[in-house]
Design a protein around this ligand. Structure first.
Ligand code: GDP
Length: 370
């Protein structure tokens, strides 16, 4: 399972946000064999396609897709040197596949700032630098190791080892001289294969979450936003308000969804949660396919590029082992045709084999041998 981790300096709103999304955890009865850890949240993916399918099939049971999000406790300056449990934090970041990097852009004299003043770009740099320093240490160790092996091999050194040596030197150059994250460099396939073996922290996709005051969030204005977007470059930036999201979720849990929606529309409030969850999904390169029927409508999560047998395997390992074919209709075609029979009449119901790459929004029926 691919997962996002929430990372940021202390007191930026990580726990507030994590506690809020934890209250939305998908119903555990759908996942009888997986326990949820205290620092893990499974947040249903907001998806109007899934909502529509549930409405159309009116199934007995419905299971949405979810995004797995981990809370990674506060990172501080000097973490890579072991400051304030630094190494434990960094190894937790190691275990996630993408990062929600949260910063604080709300003023509140009651909430202490670890760096003494409000400056989100400086804060983002502090955390990014810690990750970069950690990668640099790791790359230097790996390079020393590769060079020792090169020296032992002498003239017989395989091409693979030379390429590893060159790639690691390039990694060090990018981290140290250019002060860049590994994800911000264009690597070729051979290099990517080597990078994948080292699990560098700055290679992971990042989504920036900017915690604003309710007021700034609602008026869509904050004096730091432009600088943050400039700093983020191509990485997505999502402004939100942790306090506001907490309020909305509590309202929903206490007074019901309808009461919350009423309040939201009266006040003209848009929750940023759907955007945040979809942003994490995109960062991890995840897509959905669906299975539908009178008994169950379910949304499944796979990585973009997954072939039909492996997609079938996420439903059940037998489906992958005995895979014969998949009968496929696309959500958009179903929506347009209005019904399965109209879709079939339009010739949009297709049989796909083992080499079919499942597309976002496919509805699958797997045929398999037992
Ligand atoms: P963490 O250390 O990053 O996990 O931060 P917390 O979630 O514990 O938040 C630190 C403090 O900031 C707490 O006192 C929160 O109540 C407060 N806080 C969090 N989000 C907001 C916000 O959006 N606005 C304001 N004014 N305070 C917030």
């Amino acid at each position: 399972n691919l997962k996002m981790g929430i990372v940021g300096l202390p007191n930026v709103g990580k726990s507030t946000f994590f506690n809020t999304i934890s209250k939305l955890n998908v119903a555990a009865e759908n996942y009888p064999f997986c326990t949820i850890e205290p620092n893990e949240a499974r947040v249903p993916l907001p998806d109007e396609r899934y909502d529509w399918l549930c409405e159309a099939y009116k199934p007995v049971s419905r299971v949405p897709a979810f995004l797995e999000i981990w809370d990674i406790a506060g990172l501080v300056r000097g973490a890579h040197e072991g400051q304030g449990l630094g190494n434990a934090f960094l190894s937790n970041i190691q275990a996630v596949d993408g990062i929600y990097h949260m910063c604080r852009a709300f003023e509140d004299d009651e909430v202490i700032h670890v760096e003494g003043s409000l400056d989100p770009v400086r804060d983002l740099r502090i955390v990014a630098d810690e990750l970069r320093f950690k990668d640099l240490e790791r790359a230097q160790r790996a390079l020393a190791d590769a060079q020792a092996r090169l020296a032992r091999a002498g003239q017989q050194a395989p091409k693979e080892l030379r390429l590893e040596d060159e790639t690691l030197q390039k990694v060090i150059e990018i981290l140290e001289k250019e002060e860049k994250a590994i994800r911000h460099h264009n690597w070729n396939n051979a290099e990517i294969e080597i990078l994948n073996r080292h699990l560098f922290l700055t290679a992971k996709p990042v989504v920036y979450l900017v915690n604003l005051s309710e007021r700034d969030y609602l008026r869509k204005k904050n004096k730091w936003l432009l600088a943050i977007k400039e700093y983020a470059g191509e990485d997505p930036v999502i402004p939100f308000s942790a306090a506001l999201e907490a309020h909305l979720v509590d309202l929903e849990l206490n007074d019901g969804r309808e009461a919350m929606e009423n309040y939201r529309s009266q006040q003209g409030i848009h929750s940023a949660l759907p955007k945040i969850i979809r942003g994490g999904y995109q960062a991890l390169n995840l897509i959905n396919f669906f299975t539908v029927g009178a008994d169950e409508v379910r949304s499944w999560t796979i990585r973009r590029g997954t072939l039909a047998p492996q997609a079938a395997g996420t439903i059940h390992t037998d489906f992958e082992r005995g895979f014969i074919c998949a009968e496929v209709m696309h959500y958009d075609d179903l929506r347009e045709a209005g019904s399965e029979s109209a879709l079939k009449a339009a010739g949009k119901y297709r049989q796909q084999g083992k080499t079919y790459e499942v597309q976002d929004g496919d509805i699958l029926l797997i045929k398999f041998n037992v």
